[in-house]
Design a binder for this molecule. Structure first.
Ligand code: SF4
Length: 707
């Protein structure tokens, strides 16, 4: 067959780079960056460059789930069955559980790696077909603190910036993020922008000395979890020096006086003591941020994955509002999304705390609008369990059936003992997946093969609100089907069992996208001026899109609150949910490796992606290792109150004393002890966003003794 090219989007991180897939119609043979895509202009990072190697015949043969399968009993080997049998049996079991225990006994747990159209189908499956409020996404582990932070401060879940602001900013503050590894193409843009701009300032706030921090003019190596204290100290310095944007504050904000009162007690000397950094560095960072013509902040999991995640987000946004660093080129609080379509999931409302079009499940009028749009009366009318809550409810026996799509909670969720208890206790576990060998697959009663990158059709939205098309280049592997189709077909059987017409009546991705588009009418993310044809003809576009793409929000100083004024959010600094002690003296953070992605189900299929780092390690400061008489490479137990893993020690000057770091990608198959790294982490979460505190666990690190 002749060689062909298909434009699509990278399925890894939230940068959302455009790719050109090279193929012959049956097999993907290569991939390169799309020179026309405004996220990456042709560049790709190591993960993106090697995407085609995740779709080789060998990977498809040995690592993909290719046929529906069923376990006769837990622990049994799955046996291949037909789609007809799988769909029928799953629908019957869902109907039986629903009849006996009620709709709320069913939970659906999906993924920021699904396409917007998949999200929309699952949202209807949960709320309109099954009638359960319990649908949430692994984006809960990723972006929910950023969502709530934006809503509380600015009135809408809308990152106000664009990637071009990286080039336009005079000062960039990176907080709780390591874009050099986690968002590499944005980091390349940042590096290039600095080279071309004398006087450019880069400030990095991170407990670890990362590759991003190495580039910084100023690295504030704070104690883990003290971000709010630092922001309060920075704001105190800004106010003390008279660097506040008084006219902007008066005209466009509310609540500054209360915040001023709070930060009165946060002199840089106190913040320095709490955060473990120098007072002079706080004054310097405040000056650069406030007095630069434009200041942009980039932030991610270091702020979000915290029991005070929302407070960390709003403390940073406070700094922008106080200094007027928002609504202009090169300025603004810019949350970087982790997953490729965390944004699309938020837009389509496929989460426990959201409804389509950024509506709010706490508002009866928002439910009424969705009932009218979908033509379905009697939707659940309340918010459901978020991720951690859902698995805790299943562990208690309240959730009886879990349908999991495109994610691996038996590896990625914190407090694995509870998660696995939940999976074992459920009467029905359905797993819809592209890759066969995930930890969660071991718990599934039914395994449904899902199509994946290179095979799927739809859209994703990246960190800068840019909607890009995802296109299929080759047929789906084996009998795999599009995620939305699996949800639709089983949903139709459930609807039939309840004596009604199908409530997900789409024939393709575009149908679903059009329904999603209708739900945005008149909302902050309105895309009713955008069409599938425009996306195909003119390429990716940024929402809102009524008459055209919108690169930057709030340029007129009017925010998305009812009165148009942004809110300063006054929240005190709070310690992490658990603190270190003589018994558990190390503050463990989890982070990312440069060339791997999440649980490695996709990236782990490419041997060369292990060249940068090939095995799990726990990194600690050499001084701590010497004090504990631990040597490089020695096996240790990393033990929290919840569980332990056994890993070799890596001595690393970049880890602060009393800190420890483990990459989050490794699961059971790599780590000798059971349950992977999340045996150690815990499920304490932010009260506002429900995002768990994956960035701080108090642990002991002790030599591993042979039994
Ligand atoms: Fe893919 Fe992210 Fe790399 Fe771009 S930066 S190629 S989206 S992994």
């Amino acid at each position: 067959m002749s060689m062909q090219e298909t434009k699509s989007t990278c399925p890894y991180c939230g940068v959302g780079c455009g790719v050109v897939i090279e193929h012959d119609g049956t097999q993907i043979t290569g991939v390169r960056g799309d020179p026309d895509h405004p996220a990456n202009f042709g560049r790709l990072c190591t993960k993106g460059t090697n995407l085609h190697l995740t779709a080789t015949p060998v990977v498809i043969q040995h690592q993909r789930l290719r046929e529906p399968a069923k376990r006769a009993a837990r622990g049994a080997t799955p046996e291949v069955i037909s789609w007809e049998q799988a769909n029928r049996e799953i629908a019957d079991k869902l109907l039986a559980i629903r009849a006996e225990h009620g709709p709320e006994s069913i939970g659906i747990y999906i993924s920021g790696q699904l396409l917007t159209e998949d999200y929309h189908a699952f949202n209807k499956l949960a709320r309109a077909v099954l009638g359960t409020p319990h649908i949430d996404s692994n984006s809960r582990l990723c972006m929910s603190s950023a969502v709530v932070g934006y809503k509380q401060a600015l009135g809408a879940d809308a990152p106000p910036c664009s990637y071009e602001d990286i080039e336009l900013a005079d000062c960039i503050l990176v907080s709780g993020a390591n874009p050099a590894w986690a968002h590499p193409i944005l980091f390349r843009r940042l590096e290039a922008a600095r080279n071309g701009k004398p006087g450019h300032k880069l400030i990095v706030i991170d407990p670890r000395k990362t590759e991003t921090a190495e580039l910084a003019d100023l690295h504030l190596q704070i104690r883990p979890g003290t971000d709010v204290a630092l922001c309060h100290g920075l704001l105190h310095a800004v106010i003390w020096q008279g660097w506040t944007a008084d006219k902007f504050i008066a005209q466009h904000t509310e609540g500054f006086d209360a915040l001023k009162e709070l930060v009165r007690d946060w002199a840089p000397s106190r913040a320095a003591q709490v955060c473990g950094v120098s007072e002079a560095d706080i004054w310097q960072a405040a000056e650069w941020f406030a007095t630069s013509p434009s200041a942009l902040s980039l932030y991610c999991q270091g702020l979000n994955q915290s029991s005070s995640g929302t407070a960390k987000n709003t403390a940073l946004i406070n700094l922008h509002l106080a200094t007027g660093q928002i609504g202009k080129p090169g300025a603004g609080p810019f949350s970087l999304t982790g997953q490729p379509n965390a944004m699309g999931g938020r837009e389509s409302g496929g989460m426990a705390t959201l409804l389509p079009g950024h509506r709010d499940p706490a508002k009866a009028e928002d439910w009424a609008e969705i009932e009218a749009l979908w033509g379905v009366p009697g939707l659940p009318g309340k918010r459901g369990h978020t991720a951690v809550e859902m698995f805790e409810a299943a562990a208690r026996g309240e959730i009886k059936a879990l349908w999991i799509a495109c994610t691996n909670p038996a590896q990625s969720m914190p407090d694995q003992a509870t998660v696995r208890q939940a999976l074992e206790r459920c009467e029905l576990v359905v797993l819809q997946e592209a890759f066969a060998h995930t930890a969660t697959a071991k718990y599934a009663d039914y395994l449904l093969p899902a199509a994946t990158w290179g095979e799927k059709e739809g859209t994703v939205t990246n960190s800068e609100r840019r909607i890009s098309r995802v296109r299929p280049a080759v047929p789906a592997a084996g009998e795999s089907r599009a995620d939305w189709r699996i949800a639709r077909d089983i949903g139709a059987l459930v609807d039939a069992g309840l004596g009604r017409a199908p409530r997900i009546a789409a024939d393709g991705a575009e149908d679903l996208w059009l329904e999603h588009r209708d739900a945005t009418r008149g909302r902050d993310l309105d895309i009713t001026g955008l069409s599938w044809a425009t996306l195909d003809a003119d390429g990716p576009q940024q929402w809102p899109y009524v008459t055209g793409s919108t690169p930057r929000l709030y340029t007129d100083g009017r925010f998305a609150t009812a009165d148009g004024r942004a809110r300063f959010i006054t929240r005190p600094y709070q310690a992490t949910a658990e603190t270190t002690s003589p018994q558990r003296p190390f503050a463990l953070t989890t982070g990312r490796m440069r060339d791997q992605w999440h649980g490695m189900s996709r990236s782990g299929s490419v041997p060369k992606l292990f060249a940068h780092e090939g095995r799990p390690l726990v990194r600690i400061n050499p001084g701590d290792a010497a004090a504990a008489k631990l040597a490089e490479g020695e096996l240790v137990h990393v033990r929290s109150s919840r569980g332990a893993v056994v890993l070799p020690i890596k001595l690393d000057e970049n880890i602060a004393p009393a800190g420890a770091d483990i990459a989050m990608h490794w699961g059971d198959e790599f780590i000798g002890a059971q349950l992977g790294i999340n045996a150690v982490t815990h499920g304490a979460f932010c009260p506002d966003s429900k995002q768990p505190e994956l960035k701080f666990s108090a642990v002991a690190i002790e030599p591993a003794r042979l039994p």
